[in-house]
Design a protein around this ligand. Structure first.
Ligand code: PMP
Length: 423
């Protein structure tokens, strides 16, 4: 029962882990866009294991790929040749634009960003790194330094040499949707707080944990230019935005028409299996070859088989186009709700990566944190699971598995409508 699981968790698991909902959900099964609790109650999952179950819970083709590989060979490491990892690296590189053709597999987004940071520093022989406020890039000691939310920081040494600049948030930022103006903060920072040279710049194109904040248009081209003029590399964190989720493009950075030097990816890449990757150019990748670099599980045969299956499913089932269709419908319906309820201050995002921010006062934009929790609880009771995020914890995050249908979208919006109508 849920009570027994909770009791064991209290006794034997680290208390830093947090739970959603006053009465936590005890999930026992998943099928595509649905989750089931121990009583058999079905939930429409619009959070996908935190944007990780990309093609659907237990998608049959991922399950088959994993079973087949598990029966044949579970693990070797990269000290031997194995075709599953090489085939997968080739397929992933084929999805990348420009000269981004060299892959290194790791296990998590934090590891991927750690590695990107190391590569940027080695390649540029500089140290300073620039990242955005409201960013989330991981929880390892160095990526905790990149992350810019007090919620996710401990008072320990972390990520030396990281500087955070103004977040180009069109809703809350001082320059509205003028991306170029925000980028001036990077130039000011480089001039005042670095030796005039930087190693790199990290950004998500839609900030995930930050509450689905889409960077103001024009920001990344301006930021990349400033960073490159200071000798730095540009790193796109595609941990949440990659693989067609934005609908309009396969990679989030393409929505701002930029070409990064390093791309990090995780979460949806493996549909829930621990898999992540760093992709860069042959020239940048070569800096690591001056010494040995190693990761025991990175690119293990089973996760590679799952990742490869995900790539094939995304193409076969035309998931990017599907995200655009369902996402546009969701956005239109959420915007209509915004006209109906004062509490909705902002609706944003792209494809199946959307945010709804609640405020108690539209002019002052006062975060409605308690109301956000109440809406989530009510939606759960109605059978819909959404995420929560944003600097003030007052944004709903809607990021379902990419098999989410138009009917699912309507069900979700109706549940939100009903939840809001009872305030
Ligand atoms: N980057 C982004 C954009 C993320 O959302 C996350 C995880 N929330 C990470 C990096 C870190 O990934 P992981 O938890 O797999 O280390």
């Amino acid at each position: 029962s849920a009570e027994e699981v909770l009791e064991k968790r209290r006794k034997f698991m680290n208390p830093a882990m947090f739970l959603y909902y006053k009465k936590p959900l005890n999930i026992v099964e998943g099928k595509m866009q649905y989750l089931y609790d121990e009583s058999g109650k079905r939930y429409l999952d619009a959070f996908a294991g935190i944007v990780t179950v990309s093609v659907g819970h237990c998608h049959p083709e991922v399950v088959q790929a994993v079973i087949k590989q598990t029966e044949l060979l579970q693990h070797t490491t990269t000290i031997y040749l194995h075709h599953a990892v090489a085939d997968y690296a080739e397929a992933l590189a084929a999805k990348m634009p420009g000269n981004l053709k060299v892959v290194f597999f790791v296990n998590s987004g934090s590891e991927a960003n750690d590695m990107a940071m190391l590569m940027a520093r080695l390649y540029t022989k500089s140290f300073d790194i620039v990242a955005l406020r409201n960013a989330y890039h991981g929880m390892s000691p160095s990526t905790m330094g990149l992350t810019a939310h007090s919620t996710w920081k401990y008072s320990v040494p972390q990520g030396f040499g990281v500087h955070h600049v103004l977040n180009p948030d069109p809703y809350r930022g001082p320059f509205g949707a003028d991306g170029k103006l925000y980028a001036n903060d990077i130039a000011n920072l480089i001039e005042s707080a670095t030796p005039g040279k930087v190693a790199g710049f990290f950004a998500e194109t839609i900030q995930g944990v930050g509450g689905a904040v889409e960077l103001a248009p024009g920001y990344l081209p301006a930021a990349y230019e400033i960073i490159r003029n200071a000798g730095g590399l540009c790193i796109a964190d595609e941990v949440q935005t990659g693989f067609g989720r934005t609908g309009s493009h396969y990679w989030g950075f393409e929505t701002q028409d930029v070409l990064p030097d390093i791309v990090t990816m995780a979460k949806g890449i493996g549909n829930g299996l621990p898999l992540a990757a760093v992709v860069t150019t042959p020239e940048i990748a070569s800096v690591l070859a001056e010494r040995l670099f190693f990761n025991t599980y990175g690119g293990n045969p089973v996760c590679s088989a799952a990742g490869h299956a995900v790539l094939k499913i995304l193409d076969k089932e035309q998931r990017q186009q599907h995200c655009a269709t369902v996402g546009n419908h969701l956005l239109a319906r959420l915007r209509a709700l915004q006209d109906k309820y004062e509490l909705i201050g902002n609706v944003r995002g792209r494809g199946l990566m959307l945010g709804v921010e609640f405020v108690t006062d539209r002019v002052a934009k006062t975060p409605a944190k308690n109301e956000t929790m109440m809406v989530m609880e009510r939606m759960k009771d109605l059978g819909v699971l959404v995420g929560k995020g944003g600097r003030h914890g007052n944004a709903l995050r809607i990021k379902p598995p990419m098999c989410f249908t138009l009917e699912d979208a309507d069900f979700l919006v109706d549940a939100l409508d009903h939840s809001l109508s009872t305030f």
